[in-house]
Write a protein that binds this ligand. Structure first.
Ligand code: CAA
Length: 259
């Protein structure tokens, strides 16, 4: 793995692939290089058998305070179109392994969008989410209006997007945006523990559960049920299904291999 990235730090610890957003002087503002770095590492992790769960966090006092305003302030619509500005974000939606985010401080604009791309989120008690784009005369462009609405419904999504108002950790928990609030000092410890639990599950189960749950967000119940069923069948062709069920019958702990 290439360990030298301009805007992030990446490492592997046991079964976890860690990505740390690393532009703390600008509160991890997300420039194009950072998105490209994140995707390059995530795709490596996705193909690496050692890695079972990806953990995403931010260095310094923020998760990420949004897209880099300085980088885009002078852009026009055609610059975005020609550059296909959000192509790396589309790749992010195709990562197969679970992504667990650890949010401390600000997760605003593109930072909130990045958090919404995670499958599970832990947040420190000081976490603040929000879409302040409206204050800049723009709007979210990396999925914010879509993912937030699908998650919390139209009413709160409109309110938060119209006002740019920040959402504290407690509200985020109440509206199902995050899984857990933990004290800031133990955010990483708790996130790694949580990620470790997921990493010990049968990897192919986790992979197909992720695919099926994400499918549910987009399709009718009937279509989703058909999709789920095929994935359920598929798991019966894995060694881990035989191992998991034998372990149950033999009253021992299963040892999953991801095959
Ligand atoms: N882009 C570029 N630089 C940023 C940034 C951003 N999104 N957010 C913070 N910074 C920089 C600041 O300019 C400042 O740099 P200098 O020290 O060189 O002045 C540094 O980070 C520290 O920030 P502040 O001094 O402003 O810190 P603060 O604690 O007073 O305020 C804040 C924190 C409320 C998050 C404030 O920085 C802020 O409002 N940031 C912008 C948030 C925002 O509007 N995000 C949406 C961006 S648009 C977007 O994301 C579009 C999309 O959908 C893809």
């Amino acid at each position: 793995m290439n360990n030298h990235y301009e805007c992030i730090e990446a490492s592997i610890t046991g079964k976890l692939g860690l990505i740390n957003l690393n532009r703390p002087k600008v509160l991890n503002a997300i420039n194009r290089q950072m998105v490209s770095d994140i995707l390059s590492v995530m795709e490596d992790f996705d193909e690496n058998d050692q890695v079972r769960v990806i953990v995403l966090c931010g260095n310094g006092r923020a998760f990420a305070a949004g897209a880099d305003i300085d980088e885009m302030a002078a852009d026009d619509a055609i610059d975005f179109e020609l550059r296909n500005q959000f192509k790396d974000w589309d790749r992010l939606a195709r990562i197969k392994k679970p992504i667990i985010g650890a949010v401390q401080g600000f997760a605003l604009g593109g930072g909130f969008e990045l958090a919404l791309c995670c499958d599970l989120l832990l947040a420190a008690d000081d976490a603040e989410f929000g879409f302040p784009e409206v204050n800049l005369g723009v709007m979210p462009g990396a999925g914010g209006t879509q993912r937030l609405t699908k998650l919390v419904g139209k009413t709160k999504a409109m309110e938060w997007l119209f006002t740019g108002k920040r959402i504290g950790a407690l509200d985020a928990l109440q509206f199902g945006i995050i899984n857990r609030i933990v004290a800031k000092e133990v955010l990483m410890e708790e996130t790694l523990k949580f990620a470790g639990e997921v990493a010990n599950q049968a990897p192919l189960s986790i992979r197909l559960i992720k695919e099926s749950v994400l499918k549910a967000v987009d399709v009718s119940l009937d279509e989703g049920m058909q999709f789920e069923r095929k994935n359920f069948y598929l798991l019966f062709s894995t060694e881990d299904q035989k191992e998991g069920m034998s372990a149950f019958q033999e009253k021992r702990k299963a040892n999953f291999k991801g095959k």
